[in-house]
Design a protein around this ligand. Structure first.
Ligand code: ATP
Ligand code: PRP
Length: 222
């Protein structure tokens, strides 16, 4: 069954790991606690203590896809993922303020003369192309799926574009932050059609979550 076709339940897409860990206390404050731990269970659709809410556990970068296509009504995704996502079939009513970090250009701590055409390794190919194009800098973007910090160490790239929080990963690999592209935190996103068909339940959820993170109510009301 497509979980989002259940007119009774709101389906929330969330990724395992960091976002799940940070989002669960927020959802718990509005009465939504998963009945299984996704780090332990192999289940991908989780019931919660609210019979009207289910969670689907997906890859972080897949959250906007599930929400845009209506396979989930609501999702929790990093702003980095949303900026990289090629589509806008969802609303983004709320900054949850969790999983905060920065998207940065980084390079070797020891300065060396960069070549005419920089090679930049990243999993954020779209953001990286736009960032350097706006500055009029010619780059070759090398798409990676993780461990970006390795690329300059082994001569694969001159720069990386990656997330930085404490800066420990950069430091441990002899790199330093060079340019700040944007601040990142996790956002609540909502499928456009679901906002109409499940209007009362979704707006209530968004308002409760807004109150629980101390944000003003995005769609009016108390
Ligand atoms: P995918 O499985 O799609 O490749 P991922 O492995 O990047 O995703 P996580 O590492 O759990 O998934 O990161 C999920 C989100 O958490 C990121 O999109 C970002 O918004 C945020 N994030 C990532 N790294 C950090 C960090 N070091 N500190 C704070 N937030 C972070
Ligand atoms: C993220 C990111 C950096 C690191 C930055 O990786 O890709 O490598 O965190 O955090 P720091 O500045 O506090 O060191 P993550 O831990 O998610 O591992 P990943 O390679 O699996 O994405």
């Amino acid at each position: 069954m497509n979980p989002a076709s259940d007119s009774e339940a709101i389906v929330i897409a969330v990724s395992k790991g960091r976002i799940f860990k940070d989002a669960m206390p927020l959802l718990a404050r509005v009465g939504v606690r998963p009945t299984d731990d996704p780090e332990v269970s192999r289940k991908l659709i989780l019931d919660t203590t609210d019979p009207g809410v289910k969670l689907v556990v997906v890859r972080a970068s897949d959250v906007p896809t599930y929400v845009e296509y209506g396979a989930a009504d609501v999702g929790i995704a990093g702003k980095d993922v949303l900026l990289e996502y090629d589509g806008d079939g969802y609303y983004e009513p709320l900054d949850l303020g969790i999983a905060r970090c920065r998207l940065m250009v980084a390079g070797p701590a020891a300065d060396c003369m960069p070549p005419n055409r920089l090679r930049v390794a990243t999993k954020y190919a779209g953001i990286t192309r736009r960032w350097f194009a706006e500055k009029g800098v010619q780059v070759e973007v090398i798409k990676l799926y993780g461990s970006m910090e390795l690329a300059p160490l082994v001569g694969l790239a001159d720069r990386i574009v990656d997330l930085v929080d404490t800066g420990n990963t950069l430091k441990a690999n002899g790199l330093r932050p060079l340019e700040h592209i944007c601040d990142v935190s996790s956002r609540l996103i909502v499928n456009k059609a679901a906002l109409k068909t499940k209007h009362l339940r979704i707006t209530a959820l968004v308002r409760q979550l807004a109150a629980s993170v101390g944000a003003s109510s995005p769609w009016g009301g108390a």
